[in-house]
Ligand binder design. Sequence first.
Ligand SMILES: Cc1cc2nc3c(=O)[nH]c(=O)nc-3n(C[C@H](O)[C@H](O)[C@H](O)COP(=O)(O)OP(=O)(O)OC[C@H]3O[C@@H](n4cnc5c(N)ncnc54)[C@H](O)[C@@H]3O)c2cc1C
Length: 142
Amino acid sequence: MSHFDIAIVGAGHAGAQAAIQLRQLGFAGSIGLIGAEPELPYERPPLSKEYLAGEKPFERMLIRPAAFWADRAVTLVPGTRIAAVDAGAKRIAAEDGAEFGYGTLIWAAGGIPRRLSCVGGDLAGVHVVRCKASSLRWSGWR
Ligand SMILES: Cc1cc2nc3c(=O)[nH]c(=O)nc-3n(C[C@H](O)[C@H](O)[C@H](O)COP(=O)(O)OP(=O)(O)OC[C@H]3O[C@@H](n4cnc5c(N)ncnc54)[C@H](O)[C@@H]3O)c2cc1C
């Protein structure tokens, strides 16, 4: 089982920025940035704008390039959704069974979009854009 002095759950803007700030402030312990999505941490706003329009490559949406995280000794754990927290044992468990110990837990898991609850909200053609995968799913209109 891996152990992080600080485990950050959610590798979106908030989680990534927390890791960046910890290093900037001189925190020298181990940091794990655990995220459900397979990508490096990235900015979401272009998903509904330049990325969707095909005007910006995904690489330019990354909050930091891969080398940054390695240089700062931030361990990225992508594609891992945390499903349980045992605060007493200071342990978190992922859906795939992986477990991580932690000293301090930062929960930065963001939110999920609310679907339209009105009639027609579930019709084909009514989309949610929240992540790279969902943006790609309906960018076929281009
Ligand atoms: C399409 C779109 C356009 C936007 N445009 C703008 C804009 O123009 N201007 C603006 O100010 N804001 C905009 N926003 C909002 C902005 O992107 C959000 O405020 C910001 O992403 C919030 O960051 P966050 O890190 O708190 O949450 P999120 O970005 O939601 O990141 C949370 C991360 O945690 C992961 N996660 C969730 N649960 C778990 C779990 N159990 N285990 C592991 N990982 C988990 C998620 O997969 C996600 O990667 C936009 C958002 C979207 C979706």
